[in-house]
Design a protein around this ligand. Sequence first.
Ligand SMILES: Cc1cc2nc3c(=O)[nH]c(=O)nc-3n(C[C@H](O)[C@H](O)[C@H](O)COP(=O)(O)O)c2cc1C
Length: 213
Amino acid sequence: MSGISFPDLSPLERYKLLCGVVVPRPIALVTTLDENGAVNAAPFSFFNVFSEDPPLIVLGLQHKADRDLKDTTRNIHRDGEFVVHMVDEALAKAMNDCAVDFPAGSSEAAAVGLATLPSVDVRVPRLAAAPFALECRRQVVLSFAPGRESLVGEVLRLHAREGLIDTAKMYIDLAAYRPIGRMFGNLYTYQRDTFAMDRESHAQWSARMDAGK
Ligand SMILES: Cc1cc2nc3c(=O)[nH]c(=O)nc-3n(C[C@H](O)[C@H](O)[C@H](O)COP(=O)(O)O)c2cc1C
């Protein structure tokens, strides 16, 4: 037998394989507003950027075991607005605390002591401590199964902590940013150890091969 057939696996087995294999994944700490104005905050690592034109991100929103919606999902369904915060080393513990299953209606941001600032294009406040905050509007919700949905959001605006972006070149200072990534289970990774590789044209590649390098 060759390979592992996914239809033959349980959802938990698929989860463990996919989350262990596709690593590291970035973490979106997402704020939304509940119907009473409480600032909900929760982390999502089924998350990535999909496109820059239009600027799109995607979130994988799993429903609860009883198929009830998570607060983040319910709030985005209602308002269509949210803010994605990137997570750095300093924000890691508060991010993890935001995943505690606080009762609906409570503000994780307030409970874990995260101060908020007003956003510009959306009503949902952003977290002052985040290195980057992306104000987003729901574009489309894709429902593949009763237990989950994929939410595509358009990025309307980026807020950055002072000193993280060289706006003349649109370069990010990675050493100052210090993002973390999610491995699997309760494992996380630093992103401090990087290396560079230039992408060559075919002509450059051929010349290098001819030179025997
Ligand atoms: C690092 C991390 C990543 C997570 N990623 C996801 C995810 O991609 N999708 C999801 O549905 N839940 C994810 N969770 C779980 C939610 O954060 C958790 O269910 C949270 O309580 C939801 O809060 P809410 O009900 O306020 O939206 C993750 C938790 C952690 C700690």
